[in-house]
Design a protein around this ligand. Structure first.
Ligand code: ZN
Length: 68
C-alpha cells in the first residue's frame, strides 16, 4: 500500500477582511442615511474620503473639499 505524502482536495481556510460597506450606512430615526456617494455611479458606490478630497475608486471621480 502506497503512502500518500500529500492529501489533496482540502484548502486551508483563510480569513479575509470583511467588507466595510455596512459602515457607510447609518440609521437615523428609522431612516437609512448613506454617506457621501458617487454622483456618477450613483448610490451604492461610495467615495473614499481623503484629507481634502473624495475619490471614487470605480470611475475615478474626484471631488475636492475646499475648506478655509
Ligand atoms: Zn464613481
Amino acid at each position: 500500500m502506497a503512502i500518500k505524502s500529500k492529501i489533496k482536495g482540502k484548502k486551508k481556510k483563510k480569513n479575509y477582511p470583511t467588507s466595510k460597506k455596512y459602515t457607510k450606512y447609518k440609521i437615523e430615526g428609522g431612516k437609512l442615511v448613506r454617506e457621501k456617494y458617487c454622483p456618477r455611479c450613483g448610490p451604492g458606490t461610495f467615495l473614499m474620503i481623503a484629507d481634502n478630497r473624495n475619490y471614487c475608486g470605480r470611475c475615478h471621480y474626484t471631488e475636492f473639499n475646499q475648506k478655509k
